[in-house]
Design a protein around this ligand. Structure first.
Ligand code: S3P
Length: 192
């Protein structure tokens, strides 16, 4: 597939957003490779900064401490140029974060049916929002958490509908096609 990297939209960064387990990190890394851009993953940056895993930060310091480091990390990544960034599922909840993200590049929501994500999440110990409350957090509650964020996710510039049969590579190619269309649109505008 010819990507036409040099032409791919000048608008700065590409932010992948979405609920936990939607594949933002995997797709982000592949996308960055294909576009030859730098890749940042806010959760990885946070873990590096804290010297602790996300689960340990939640357990030892609490969610509010995690959200503080996350806000600093969002500031850091929004100052990047032409990068691909995978954001933690809750990074967009803070309105200041969201404003900074929106003005620093394209936001792309990896949109999954929540019923496909629930089984992935139920078996995952690394996600403290789920695992700390796992005994009480049943499917209905995960869906409730998702529904409380859904509108915000859907306010991204673009939503990519993802299906069970989609590989991360296929999702990446869909994003690239979308960005190429965006680039063509901008090229047209600049010629008139
Ligand atoms: C969170 C999502 C996680 C991580 C943290 C909180 C959330 O990232 O940042 O556990 O609030 O949705 P992923 O979306 O990469 O799992």
């Amino acid at each position: 597939m010819s990507i036409g990297k040099e032409k791919l939209m000048a608008k700065q960064n590409i932010f992948l957003i979405g609920f936990m387990a939607s594949g933002k990190s995997t797709v982000g890394e592949i996308l960055a490779g294909k576009l030859q851009r730098k890749f940042f993953d806010t959760d990885k940056l946070i873990e590096g900064k804290a010297g602790l895993s996300i689960a340990q930060i939640f357990q030892e310091k609490g969610e509010s401490h995690f959200r503080e480091i996350e806000a600093d990390t969002v500031k850091f990544v929004t100052n990047k140029n032409q990068a691909v960034i995978a954001l933690g599922g809750g990074a967009i909840l803070d309105s200041q974060n969201w404003q900074m993200i929106k003005s620093a590049g394209y936001t792309i929501y990896l949109q999954w049916d929540i019923n496909l994500l629930v089984p992935r999440l139920m078996n995952d110990d690394s996600r403290p929002l789920i695992s700390q409350r796992i005994k009480n957090l049943n499917k209905t509650e995960i869906i409730k958490l998702f529904n409380s964020r859904k509108n915000l996710y859907e306010s991204a510039d673009y939503s990519i509908k993802c299906f069970e049969t989609d590989s991360p590579d296929q999702i990446t190619n869909t994003i690239i096609k979308l960005l190429q269309l965006e680039n063509e649109k901008n090229t047209c505008y600049s010629r008139t």
